[in-house]
Design a binder for this molecule. Structure first.
Ligand code: ATP
Ligand code: MG
Length: 429
């Protein structure tokens, strides 16, 4: 195939054999979020570039080197969204959803775009489910976000494979004091820091804590700790969160180096990590961002949220072999008809059955074919039962009913009795 007809590197098709797993995952999350009282919001995929610069921060990896930015025909600078929080805050402000201090519990799902080096668990178009809560400032809601993800890992059978890491970044004032101490300490060890960290020391010193470089990590062992700089308000908030996680029986570890990649976090930050996916181990990450809304031109409005990476969670489900078998079966009943007259009768009959059993997954053979070929297709479809309508059956106004998996003899069912019969043998979702 010529190069121009291939998908863009790092942007993947999700093929029919994979979509049942995606839909299983997405519907599990959607049901859970409904049950916790979150409402879905849908934002555009493209926004003004300025939105991301202002919210995510100019000196972050995302804005510095990962954004898909282009000029449109009007000469406006637009960017494919690299994450969802910025657009969500923009939408909330634009539509006054948090006016007068009104709380909002929102979620979204969709593709995000970052120009990164594609590898397992890291793509240029990837998908996130994100939650954002506005105007609820206590640790109770931070805890709820974590509790509901814990429940999700339970539903998906992956609790043993993930670990919760937690930190507090304090308020911007206490973080400011900490930054001064950190910069002072790191400056005294400048020659031992890797090049990236030397640069970050000037632009975004907290990100040095995040380094993967072993020499820099060695220097960090004795660096000042954020925990020692926390203001009372943040400390009480953090204690409140930890007490709630204990009450809910959710294990966690404190990781004082956890700073998150985006500029806007304050107080709580957390990540769910796994050691089952190699280097791309963070499956869900978030935190509190109490200053962001104001920074984006709104009234002071607290916020807290997280985003999970769907590809990584799908990979984890597969790695753990936690893909439920039944999700790949998409057909309950396969109807085979032989000859024009039987085909016409089959069409009328199947539509009547669908009227009565709206959730029945009934596939009617298309493309005619011999008994053998239709039967093969019925079997391959994964259906539990085949229905067989030939001239003889048509003459008697009955249809052959044949179990395809396991026990049961073939029998004839009267047209009128078919829906009632299917209702007794097919479990309907
Ligand atoms: P990382 O450190 O892995 O680059 P990040 O801090 O940039 O992650 P966030 O912006 O917090 O990631 O996004 C939340 C989640 O979205 C991540 O924990 C991860 O599961 C997923 N994610 C982020 N970037 C990618 C990507 N390029 N491909 C696939 N999933 C991603
Ligand atoms: Mg990243």
């Amino acid at each position: 195939m010529s190069k121009s007809l291939q998908a863009i590197r790092g942007m993947n098709d999700i093929l029919p054999e994979q979509t049942p797993l995606w839909r299983y995952f997405e519907s599990t999350v959607a049901r859970l979020l409904d049950n916790y009282g979150y409402k879905q919001i849908r934002m555009p995929i493209v926004e003004f570039t300025e939105l991301f610069k202002r919210s995510i921060g100019e000196v972050t990896d995302i804005v510095e080197k990962e954004m898909y930015t282009f000029e449109d025909r009007n000469g406006d600078s637009l960017t494919l969204r690299p994450e969802g929080t910025a657009a969500c805050v923009r939408a909330v402000l634009e539509h006054g959803l948090t006016g007068a201090g009104q709380p909002q519990k929102l979620w979204y799902i969709g593709p995000m775009f970052r120009h990164e080096r594609p590898q397992k668990g890291r793509y240029r178009q990837f998908h996130q489910i994100g939650l954002e809560v506005f105007n609820i400032d206590g640790p109770d809601i931070d805890a709820e976000l974590i509790v509901l993800t814990w429940r999700l890992w339970g539903l998906l059978g992956m609790r043993d494979a993930v670990k919760l890491e937690l930190n507090s970044l304090g308020t911007s004032e206490s973080r400011g004091r900490y930054k001064v101490a950190l910069v002072e300490y790191l400056s005294a060890h400048l020659d031992k820091l890797d090049e990236d960290s030397q640069r970050r020391l000037k632009t975004n010193p907290l990100r040095v804590l995040d380094t993967k470089n072993a020499d820099t990590q060695a220097v960090l062992v004795n660096a000042p700790k954020m925990a020692d700089y926390l203001d009372d308000e943040s400390r009480i908030h953090f204690e409140g969160l930890k007490a709630r996680l204990d009450a809910a029986g959710i294990p966690f570890v404190i990781n004082t180096k956890l700073v998150r990649g985006l500029d806007y976090y304050s107080k709580t930050v957390f990540e769910w990590v796994t050691d089952k996916l190699g280097a791309q181990g963070t499956v869900c990450a978030g935190g509190r961002y109490d200053g962001l809304v104001e920074q984006m031109g709104g009234k002071p409005t607290t916020g807290v949220g997280f985003a999970m990476g769907i590809e990584r969670l799908i990979l984890l489900l597969e790695t753990l072999e936690q893909v439920p078998e039944e999700i790949s079966r998409q057909v309950d009943v396969y109807l085979c008809a032989f000859g024009e007259a039987a085909e016409l009768a089959a069409l009328a009959l199947s539509e009547k059955v669908r009227d009565q059993l709206p959730n029945l997954r009934l596939q009617v053979n298309a493309g005619a074919g011999s008994f053998k070929s239709q039967f093969k297709k019925a079997d391959k479809s994964g259906a539990l039962y085949a229905l067989i309508l030939g001239e003889d059956e048509l003459a008697q106004q009955v249809i052959g009913f044949k179990p395809l998996r396991g026990q049961g003899e073939q029998q004839n069912i009267a047209f009128d009795a078919l829906a009632a019969h299917l209702a007794t043998c097919v479990v309907q979702g």
